[in-house]
Write a protein that binds this ligand. Sequence first.
Ligand SMILES: [Zn+2]
Length: 306
Amino acid sequence: MKTTLSLTLIALALIFVQCSGKGQEPEPIPEEKEEEPGSVAQKFGGSWTSFRPSLFHDGASVEGENFIVYSDKSSQAWRETILGLAEESFLDIKTNFGLEDSDFRFVSTQPNRKIHILTNYDQYNRAEAYRDGLIMRSKDGPNFFGDHETWHKVFQHEITHVVEFLIIGIFDHSWANAVWMREGFANYGARNHRIQTVAQLAEWREKMKAVEGGGNPIEIKLWGDFPASVISNNTTTEYYGFFELAVRYLLDEEKGNGTSFEDLKAYFDDLGAGVDRDTAFRNHFGMTMTTFKNNFWALMERYLED
Ligand SMILES: [Zn+2]
């Protein structure tokens, strides 16, 4: 009963974050855990407490150049492995986008300019990014399912979210971006380019023709913009391929919109400065978000035909 309640609270908190676009409902801080005899003491705390205060760690962190990894009960070997993968992904994203260390606005909750990772052995089975880092399941834990490749794509997706938050910089504005662009950028950064053909576009439009918005990804600025049937069927991630396609088009200087990552970065900087997303978008992508939405299918057909 208590578990169901706390899961409900977590779900509500998540929905709230994504609907409001900033901040979140405070999660109740649980009482200290009772330890089984012989187990390592677990404590609460870590930068993720701004997001998930109930998640604990055992204090035995491992640290690399850009990341610090905490866990509840993961093996030391796994902590080292995930640290290595994080450093590798971060470098890949930085290189891919030509980012410099000075582009990242680290804050006081990130001492020594380190991104925090909480890798969960058995306490929370979701992947999430927040302003100062990310939460990711351990591959050596009992809740791990799936394969390495899927896990790794999700991991890179979450790291790309953190890169966006670090560029935007200001905590209060970290969720200012439109959902379609935040999730699309995260898949783009993970090199997860699912939609490649006009046939895939046509198939999606056919499938979504009776659904509000017709599956147009640019409709989804806030989490609450997903059609009710998509939320209730738990199929929001089916949109992600089209979110990524939209971002890929914007960042394709040659065949796409003629804009680039420099423009996306300037858009993130505007969001960090408190400019609203519609104005920031118009400032840097040469059209309004509404124009992009209205022309989306025609633009994508032409883009994918080449
Ligand atoms: Zn995401």
